[in-house]
Design a binder for this molecule. Structure first.
Ligand SMILES: Nc1ncnc2c1ncn2[C@@H]1O[C@H](COP(=O)(O)OP(=O)(O)OP(=O)(O)O)[C@@H](O)[C@H]1O
Length: 256
């Protein structure tokens, strides 16, 4: 199996608190993978580890079969990322923010800037300072910046937050187009299952720093999920906390 991204036994401890615990994640080349988990589950932390903002306490990350540590710069150049909420130079225009990103990534392509502004329906406000943008516009600019350099692996932390249902549908269509036409592999995070059914090929479920299971979207819809709670030492059904996340699952999976 060819993975665009794989984490092996990934762990992160901060001040003796285990934030990420033995996380094994497998994202196939060309798929759209959604990591679903409630508040504080560890989604953003995993993205920070994958994008080298934080170092793992233990375990490994492979990007297109190469350890992230082997040639980190090259691996990062192959990625487009939103970590947490996108941060911009507020006084600068949307277009200038994209230009600065191009310079930082050593990617000289004015045409690409115009394309993404157009694609994300920001051409009309491209010269306005970002401080005047609505939350939805900021979110779209964040995704536009992430796809600007034509990454092979797109990692988007809750990309539909602050978008209404029409904007979300538009974004999902764009992501699907990127996957289908350019073969981009996409990982997105979400706090809930609702809204991702239309886009995900595969779902990873994370809770309390542990990836409980990875299933295809089809399985996610059809099967229930249970997991072994290491602390309790027994099989648990999905927690009440995850109920809304897993609202497609209605009975306990006896296997595994
Ligand atoms: N810098 C930090 N120092 C200590 N603990 C942290 C730090 N950053 C995050 N955490 C803790 O790590 C855990 C996971 O946080 P993380 O932000 O990764 O969760 P999340 O799934 O992205 O949540 P959300 O959906 O709210 O963004 C939380 O318990 C959080 O309090």
């Amino acid at each position: 199996m060819e993975y665009a991204l794989q984490t092996i036994n990934l762990c992160k401890t901060i001040k003796e608190e285990k934030i990420i615990i033995n996380c094994d994640m497998h994202i196939r080349k060309g798929e759209i993978y959604t990591l679903i988990g409630p508040n504080g589950a560890g989604k953003t932390t995993i993205i920070k580890l994958i994008t080298n903002l934080w170092k793992p306490t233990d375990g490994a990350i492979q990007i297109f079969k190469q350890p992230l540590s082997y040639n980190t710069q090259l691996a990062l150049q192959r990625m487009g990322v939103i970590v947490d909420k996108p941060i911009f130079y507020e006084e600068l225009s949307g277009e200038n923010n994209l230009k600065i990103h191009c310079e930082y990534m050593n990617y000289d392509n004015q045409r690409s800037i115009e394309n993404v502004l157009d694609l994300f329906q920001l051409s009309g406000v491209a010269q306005k300072p970002v401080k005047n943008y609505s939350l939805g516009m900021r979110q779209r600019l964040g995704v536009a910046r992430a796809v600007l350099t034509k990454p092979e692996l797109l990692i988007l932390d809750e990309p539909n937050s602050n978008l209404d249902s029409t904007e979300t549908k538009y974004l999902w269509d764009l992501l699907q187009m990127l996957r289908e036409e350019l073969g981009v592999t996409i990982m997105i995070t979400s706090r809930t299952a609702s809204g991702i059914e239309d886009i995900a090929d595969c779902v990873g479920i994370i809770n309390r720093g542990k990836v409980i299971t990875e299933v295809s979207m089809k399985e996610f819809r059809e099967k229930s999920v249970s997991y072994i709670d290491v602390k309790l030492g027994k099989r648990q059904c999905v927690e009440p906390l995850l109920k809304d996340v897993l609202n497609h699952i209605d009975h306990v999976n006896s296997g595994g």
